[in-house]
Design a protein around this ligand. Structure first.
Ligand SMILES: [Zn+2]
Length: 398
């Protein structure tokens, strides 16, 4: 028998089940309890009605929400781009070319160095409430280096994405077609066993619409499902290609035509917004309000990477989305939990409903609104993953 645990005295419980609690999309239950059996949620409801269990944890009036689902990150890398950031903040624009700096450092790193860096950033994200993350290759750009990145990532998450098409490898500067042939051929064969997804940076200076279609179609033939870096730095074909290929997600969506928004509203592709990138490059924000008003499913993620968005903090992204992108606090919390799960086509995470994975975050606050209301404050006090408390913050007794 699995042990049973009840967390009681929860001021606000976010279930993401509209049939629970207040009937809103967040399914808010006040004065709530959650029962965990093994690694799953078994029951949610009012604290006074909670069934008897083996163990009892008092939330002491804190908020409980599903662990964040960060559906877009780039965590297998080496090196540092502090100087590039510093220069950019002194007035220089960002172009896709900066990725080459990280490619050189990543190729030069040992497996142990990459693993240590990945583990450090995952621990950092976990402390901030992220219980599921997707991560990509894309800083190797050789057959061996891309396969190595995916192998290292796959030891930590099921949500691994092959991004050999991040930029054209510097080794193929004069032969982009040759690089696309590699990405769709030998590199794909080496990478597909380690990945669930295939991604491409569809952008001027990276890959155009025809190249992106060829790369994603080749990946799909090897059993990988598409997602796209689309319409980040300029208007382009990425979003419509994502919908056409039934990609799980079109990521960034910063420059959208009305036709792009219509396509997203009428397809099953989630629009994943990554405001850390606009923050860290002083770029115009994606218009979340426009997408939400059109009926598009929106996810919110960090894009954690050393060049254009070096934050692992979903709470920070929530604060930006509410302050600058027209999202309500409820929408931003939904997008960073249930929305992230939708962007990964998962139904077992991003919600606290019977049968879902017992991945949850406790906030030292009476409601989830405080994630935006108290920006920069480390409100995450506990994190549970698969029914086990893995983070417990607090001052050292002394
Ligand atoms: Zn990215």
């Amino acid at each position: 028998m699995s042990s049973t645990t009840v967390i009681t005295n929860i001021a606000t419980l976010v279930t993401n089940d509209p049939s629970s609690g207040d009937g809103s999309p967040l399914g808010l239950v006040r004065d709530a309890a959650v029962v965990i059996v093994g690694d799953r949620i078994a029951w949610t409801g009012e604290s006074s009605k909670a069934p008897a269990t083996d163990n009892r944890v008092d939330a002491r009036g804190r908020t409980v929400l599903p662990g964040f689902v960060d559906s877009h990150s780039h965590l297998v890398f080496a090196g540092d781009r502090t100087e590039e950031f510093n220069a950019r903040m002194s007035g220089r624009g960002y172009t896709a070319g900066g990725i080459r700096t990280t490619v050189a450092a990543t190729r030069a790193a040992t497996d142990e160095e990459l693993e240590a860096n990945l583990t450090r950033h995952l621990a950092e994200a976990l402390r901030q409430g992220t219980t599921t993350f997707e991560t990509k290759s894309g800083y190797g750009l050789t057959v061996a280096d891309e396969a190595r990145a995916l192998r290292l990532a796959a030891a930590h998450t099921d949500e691994v994405t092959y991004l050999g098409a991040h930029i054209v490898s510097p080794d193929f500067a004069d032969d982009p077609a040759g690089y696309v042939a590699l990405v769709t051929g030998e590199m794909l064969d080496a990478c597909a066993p380690h990945a669930r997804w295939i991604d491409v940076f569809c952008e001027k200076g990276a890959f155009d619409g025809d190249q992106a279609r060829a790369i994603l179609t080749a990946g799909r033939a090897k059993g990988l499902h598409p997602r796209i870096h689309a319409n980040q730095l300029s208007y382009g074909p990425g979003v419509q290609l994502a919908v056409e290929l039934d990609a799980a997600s079109a990521d960034h969506c910063t420059h959208l035509t009305d036709a792009d928004v219509d396509a997203l509203a009428n397809g099953d592709t989630v629009a994943t917004l990554l405001p850390g990138a606009e923050f860290s490059t002083r770029a115009a924000w994606p218009d979340a309000r426009r997408l939400l008003d059109a009926g598009v499913t929106v996810a919110l993620s960090t894009d954690c990477n050393p060049g254009s968005s070096f934050t692992s903090s979903v709470p920070f992204c929530i604060a930006l989305a509410v302050r600058d992108m027209g999202m309500t606090p409820d929408e931003a919390v939904w997008s960073s939990t249930a929305g992230g799960a939708a962007a990964l086509r998962r139904t077992d995470i991003g919600r606290l409903t019977p049968g879902a994975r017992a991945d949850l975050t406790l906030l030292d606050a009476p409601s989830h609104v405080h994630l935006a209301y108290r920006p920069g404050v480390p409100l995450v006090s506990e994190v549970w993953r698969r029914g086990v408390r893995v983070v417990r913050q607090g001052p050292v007794a002394g």
